[in-house]
Design a protein around this ligand. Sequence first.
Ligand SMILES: Nc1ncnc2c1ncn2[C@@H]1O[C@H](COP(=O)(O)OP(=O)(O)O)[C@@H](O)[C@H]1O
Ligand SMILES: [Mg+2]
Length: 287
Amino acid sequence: MATTTLMRRSDESRSVRSGVLTMAASNQYSAQQNKGANVILKTNQLRVYYGNQLTIKNVSASFLENRVTALIGPSGCGKSTFLRSLNRMNDEIPGCRVEGEIIYRGINLNDPQANVFDIRKRIGMVFQRPNPFAKSIFENVAFGPKHHGVKNKQLLEEIVEKSLRKAALWDEVKDRLHRSALALSGGQQQRLCIARALAMEPDVLLLDEPASALDPVSTGKVEELIGELKKDYTVVIVTHNMQQAARISDYTAFFYMGEIVEFGETTQIFTNPQKQQTEDYITGNFG
Ligand SMILES: Nc1ncnc2c1ncn2[C@@H]1O[C@H](COP(=O)(O)OP(=O)(O)O)[C@@H](O)[C@H]1O
Ligand SMILES: [Mg+2]
């Protein structure tokens, strides 16, 4: 189970977990959101700095299991920065510093003892531009499991097929698994990147504008896929496309200047926003 591999000291994780329950009860967002589903991931007073520049300003937000949460807001408001912090991807950016807690199933991922390798296995990420490796379709999907020690050929074949099926790509590529991934269309490449993330058997998927570089048909396929994926995964997706957020998400967080202005059920955010700034943004009267 994730809790044992993410932290070396399980007693610490237990005490963290009981702390999370108290925090969840007092969290304004989880109180509104939680209708039977579990909070699987949450931030508590998250701050992200680039050098001295405070870019994410004490954001506390909860994400429910098997739900899609969309992060919307104007360009530069911090959506990608926030998303990257959720699986410690900001560690890779020189000068970037993250403070506060990121609680995943009771474990604080922002703890120096947390194992980043395992975190990224449990919390996968897909970026805006499809970034398949210059390898075959098969090797792209098998890459992660191989890296984590899976050697058995038959098992790898099973993982590859299962992941490609889940990413709704199998039928299109099953006859050319050993051809280069770079020959696929942009939309297929993006589903391949989703398959690559799924091959690690993640729990949470972070998607940063996964369809913004795609044509409408491919976008439709990726949106449909996200609807399927939430049966098995928790999805947090950044999108600048409000129609897309309205179509595919259960919850929406509106970010502005490094803070969450409003977070609620997607239908409520889009039909009955409680904050003037949210209303101005979704109606296009922003600025
Ligand atoms: N690697 C970086 N170094 C310094 N500043 C950055 C970096 N990445 C993003 N920023 C700044 O942080 C702010 C938020 O950016 P970002 O998270 O990319 O916003 P969004 O995804 O909402 O467009 C912007 O002002 C941006 O210029
Ligand atoms: Mg961004």
